[in-house]
Design a protein around this ligand. Structure first.
Ligand code: IVH
Length: 683
């Protein structure tokens, strides 16, 4: 860089530094101390200014810039990296007796030297290891098999409680180990959002945390609001650990807190087994008040010098042990069974029980899953049911308390008609549950169908949520999905919802406009939006590609449907049964009248890329590699593996191979970015 340029850049460099420091400071206060020092608006202004400067001057964009907190990198695959120090696991037990044995053995092995234990929470999440060099985060790895983990650095940078640079004094080179957890509140709202968008919810916060760390898009990971709880400092073996604060585990954690790590305050130094036991007993009850899940208590010898003396077993240290909480279990009498009918007509029996306190909440209801579940537990009228609450939030029925069984108790009778519409229930062969076949006029199924139709991956009519749909339904304005397209703004204005709000002019306009915009949704998504049983997003795409038009699909035989890749007999029958229903055929006809896409060719316009050959390299933000290739072919283009004189374009993603770039430049082949490509197919 020449002198002139350097001087030119200096004020920008200064501003970047100033903004970074300010934003880091605000982030620290927000994530560590729950304090907002500026309004969201001001914060976004500063962040946007920094993002702009870094875009204009990529050379000033540092790997730990606070802009990395919002993500943006794409992880096509996670690089496997060997841990510098293996990530050991802990011996664990559900038995207090074994904790007593551990304590006695430790005391015997240590002998005369005075020592203490630390007791802390065992976080129920995903273990990761963060490497810091000279106070900067340089790498984040998952535990993997303990020897090799996945490099998740760009996702880890989006977690607010992971410091990107350390404060005050710190060791030059060390690893901070801890657990990434998904706090309950954020987890529940994320799961609700998934349900609203028609995706499967995660079973528990741990699975969701693990899935989030492995997201390809770090921007998506940033939205998940994960939290890092630090529990261990791993230092290179040549460091002198005989002086404070490195000589005890608790002093190391206190020090780590000063460096900017989130170290939970629930840690206690214990002198003997009684103190350990009372810590365990306390948290077995109090755990339900925490904002995140724990599954036990970890007990460690506090004096680091003793660790070496105690040594390791095959895979865990002898100076620490984990006590795991048992699931809490109570029993309560069954009072009645309610039956819920879901969006697809599946019936779920729910036990109503006498209210009983379990893990900090009062339980009144729990799912009985399906008829087979009831039969396998042999549930009788007035039985007492055992309910358990484990690491998951939702209490589960796990058995019958036979001490309360009445001598002449009758097996519970399962319903044979839909509780919502009275239609006789059906049970498909080999399936555990019953369903209501009245898809056209069973109210929860009608509502579910409408909600699915407008959902993001279907027609994406985002101004209509569940509440508004119910209002349109209850007012008789929308009964089936085709009715959306005959709504008029005058019908909407003044309609009220439960929350008390009424639809005003602006909202009515927005609803009508979103419905009109949905006319451009391609055929494959229209097909998905119809909500045919077993036809998901991918299945709809495959069917649309195969038949190319609604007319061809309506005329398809079972054999033809079975020709479609990945479509089996169950799905083929579901498609046939859907389109043989006169009401559904009429709905499809009205949707066509309304102007929805009913042909694949309408989207691809045959061949906007006809005659063009593409070479694809690198990773993309909006497409997987296969998707971008599919998209090229769908638009009539060809994909080739290597660059030659016949190549029309090199479609270049992130981390593209340098050889391909060189060759394309040499042959003068134009290079397209992902957004160039998107513009090309849109025009
Ligand atoms: S200490 C060598 N402390 O529990 C010591 N582990 O098998 C390493 N865990 O996978 C672990 N909370 O991810 C430690 N406060 C805590 C912990 C904790 C959760 C996890 C850890 C490990 C497993 C133990």
């Amino acid at each position: 860089m020449d002198l002139f340029n350097y001087q030119d850049l200096e004020p920008v460099r200064q501003r970047v530094k100033e903004l970074s420091n300010l934003i880091d400071h605000y982030n620290y206060e927000y994530y560590m101390n729950d304090r907002s020092l500026v309004s969201d608006y001001e914060f976004d202004q500063l962040l946007n200014e920094l993002i702009c400067l870094e875009k204009q001057h990529p050379e000033l964009s540092l790997p730990n810039s606070p802009t990395r907190r919002v993500g943006g990198e794409v992880n096509k695959s996670f690089r496997q990296v060997a841990h510098r120090f293996p990530m050991l696991s802990l011996g664990n037990t559900y038995s207090i007796g074994e904790i007593e044995d551990f304590e006695a053995r430790t005391r015997r092995l240590i002998g005369e030297t005075p020592f203490t234990y630390t007791c802390e929470l065992k976080y129920d999440g995903v273990a990761i290891s963060l490497t810091y060099k000279n106070g900067e985060l340089v790498q984040a790895l998952t535990r993997g098999n303990g020897a090799v983990g996945d490099d998740i650095t760009s996702n880890a940078r989006t977690i607010g409680t992971i410091p990107l640079h350390l404060r005050g004094d710190y060791p030059d080179d060390f690893e901070a180990r801890g657990e990434v957890v998904y706090p309950f509140e954020a987890f529940e709202s994320f799961n609700q959002q998934r349900i609203d968008e028609g995706d499967e919810p995660f079973a528990n916060p741990r699975n969701a945390a693990s899935g989030s760390l492995k997201l390809q898009s770090s921007a998506e990971c940033a939205k998940r609001k994960l939290m890092f709880c630090m529990y261990f400092m791993m230092l290179p073996s040549d460091i002198d650990v005989s002086r404070p604060p490195l000589d005890t585990h608790s002093a190391r954690l206190d020090w780590a807190r000063q460096m900017g790590f989130k170290v939970q305050p629930y840690i206690k130094e214990c002198a003997n087994i009684q103190e350990i036991k009372s810590f365990i007993d306390y948290w077995d009850e109090a755990r339900w008040q925490l904002p995140f899940a724990i599954d036990g208590i970890v007990i460690k010898v506090n004096q680091v010098a003793l660790w070496e003396q105690l040594g390791l077993t095959a895979k865990s240290p002898r100076w620490a042990i984990a006590y795991k909480f048992k699931a809490q279990r109570v029993s309560s009498p069954l009072q009645s069974i309610s039956y819920q009918v879901g969006r697809t007509g599946i019936v779920t029996p729910v036990a109503n029980m006498a209210p009983v306190s379990l893990g900090g909440t009062v339980v009144r209801r729990a799912t009985l899953n399906n008829a087979d579940f009831i039969r396998s537990l042999d549930i009788r009228e007035h039985d007492w049911l055992f309910i358990e609450k484990g690491g998951e939030i939702i209490p589960k029925i796990v058995g019958i308390d036979s001490t309360h069984r009445l001598p002449d108790a009758r097996p519970v009778a399962y319903i044979d008609r839909c509780p919502e519409c009275g239609t006789p229930l059906v049970r498909a062969e080999g399936e555990a549950g019953h369903y209501c076949p009245n898809q056209d006029s069973c109210p929860p199924q009608q509502l579910g169908r409408l909600e699915h139709f407008v959902s993001r991956k279907a027609m994406n009519i985002d101004t209509l949520g569940a509440e508004r749909i119910k209002m349109l339904f209850d007012n008789g304005l929308v009964r089936d999905v085709a009715d959306f397209y005959s709504l008029r703004r005058e019908q909407l204005i003044g309609l009220g919802v439960d929350s008390g709000a009424t639809i005003q002019d602006r909202s009515a306009d927005n609803i009508i406009e979103a419905i009109r915009n949905s006319l451009s949704v391609p055929f494959e998504r229209v097909l998905f939006a119809l909500g045919i049983r077993y036809v998901g997003e991918v299945g709809a795409k495959k069917i649309a590609r195969y038949f190319k038009s609604m007319d061809a699909l309506l005329a398809a035989s079972r054999d033809e449907l079975l020709q479609v890749e990945d479509i089996g007999e169950v799905t083929a029958d579901a498609v046939l049964s859907f389109f043989s229903d006169p009401h559904q055929r009429e709905v499809v006809f009205r949707l066509r009248e309304a102007g929805l896409h009913m042909n694949l060719t309408e989207v691809s316009q045959g061949a906007s890329l006809q005659g063009l050959t593409f070479v694809v390299s690198g990773v993309f933000e909006h497409f997987s590699r296969d998707e971008i290739k599919e998209s090229i072919e769908l638009h009539g283009g060809k994909v080739s593996g290597s660059i030659s004189g016949k190549t029309s374009y090199l479609l270049a993603g992130d981390k593209m191979g340098p050889e391909k770039l060189k060759k394309a430049e040499k042959l003068g082949i134009p290079i397209l970015s992902e957004s160039d490509y998107e513009n090309m197919i849109q025009s």
